[in-house]
Design a protein around this ligand. Structure first.
Ligand code: GRG
Length: 311
């Protein structure tokens, strides 16, 4: 089996974080790109190749008066970018540059009467935003600022008969949304509401012949589901229901071993999103030499431990 081309991937990520074509097309969601690239570098043990002050000063320029962060300087704030900003600051042990109350006020203001969360002032509701709000406030140690009981009850209203979860009540089960709902339930100590065998069955059925995982029935496998599916299976203690060795091989087959980076499927073009989720998936699979990642916070385990167990 091929090996993980660590040095090539590090080189690829550092180039993307600078000024390649990919970073131009990702201009509006650069904050997410920063989280994907920098977390991958940390898992690969190379976060020290980055100029920390430059990244922090750019992040702070993306913060708005409301407390929320945008995807890049001059864009509108959104909860999606706010979590990425907080996660990157956590990676660098720089959460102290934040006015925590201000960020928490922005997130709290996005909770709706039924417990759901909007992504920004325009009001779109999605279980992705419930996870983000809960994860972000948990990292900032102020989960008590929202109505957790209502947030959990909204998430449970998005649970389907197949054991999975969708974006809104009645929405089709999808592995990405399942990660968000299971993650939010894990972070609020509410996993007892999940039928682990039923959901575990649905999730392990995502593995196809090539060893890769898809996000819902009849769809193509994609490296990113190595994260969304695997992290969910770990949180509900059913990860032994998939063939780990075949999944490792699938992820390694998606590498560009010459120029670095990982793609969605073998022989496709690489990007930083799939590079991150490929590396994160391998970390969940205990691939040698990688730092361990926490399946609920989507941050390296040592970073999570530093937040909660230091000082
Ligand atoms: C901190 C890891 C982390 C996440 C933050 C934004 C977010 C919270 C979660 C996103 C979860 C999600 C919905 C992931 C799925 C993304 C994806 C590949 C969508 C593609 O959907 P389709 O329908 O593709 O285009 P399929 O694979 O179903 O054909």
């Amino acid at each position: 089996m091929a090996e993980l081309a660590v040095d090539k991937h590090v080189k690829y990520i550092l180039a993307v974080e600078k000024d390649s074509f990919e970073s131009v097309v990702m201009d509006h969601l650069r904050m997410n790109g920063a989280y994907w690239g920098l977390t991958a570098l940390d898992l690969l043990g190379k976060l020290d190749s980055v100029n920390v002050d430059e990244v922090i000063s750019w992040i702070l320029k993306c913060q708005h008066e409301s407390g929320g962060f945008s995807g890049n300087i001059g864009h509108d704030p959104h909860i999606l970018y706010t979590l990425s900003a907080v996660q990157v600051l956590a990676l660098f042990n720089k959460l102290d540059v934040l006015d925590i109350d201000k960020v928490a006020t922005y997130i709290t203001g996005l909770q709706n009467e039924d417990g759901s969360f909007s992504g920004d002032m325009w009001g779109e509701v999605d279980t992705r935003f419930s996870y983000i709000a809960i994860c972000c406030l948990s990292i900032l140690c102020c989960l008590d600022k929202i109505n957790v009981e209502k947030a959990v009850s909204y998430i449970l209203s998005c649970k389907n008969l197949d054991g999975g979860f969708g974006c809104t009540p009645g929405g089709e089960s999808h592995a990405g949304q399942i990660f968000c709902c299971v993650g939010a339930l894990a972070l609020t100590g509410s996993l007892h509401y999940v039928d682990k065998d039923l959901l575990g069955w649905w999730l392990c059925e995502r593995q196809v012949k090539s060893g890769g995982l898809n996000g819902r029935p009849e769809k193509l496998p994609d490296v990113c589901y190595s994260w969304w599916v695997l992290s969910s299976l770990i949180m509900i203690d059913r990860v032994h229901w998939i063939d780990k060795e075949k999944l490792v091989k699938f992820i390694l087959d998606c590498q560009d071993v010459e120029n670095g980076g990982i793609s969605d499927r073998p022989d496709d073009a690489v990007d930083v999103y799939h590079t991150y989720f490929g590396v994160a998936g391998l970390s969940l699979l205990n691939y040698p030499g990688l730092k361990a990642i926490d399946p609920a916070y989507a941050l390296p385990v040592d970073v999570v431990n530093r937040i909660f167990f230091s000082g």
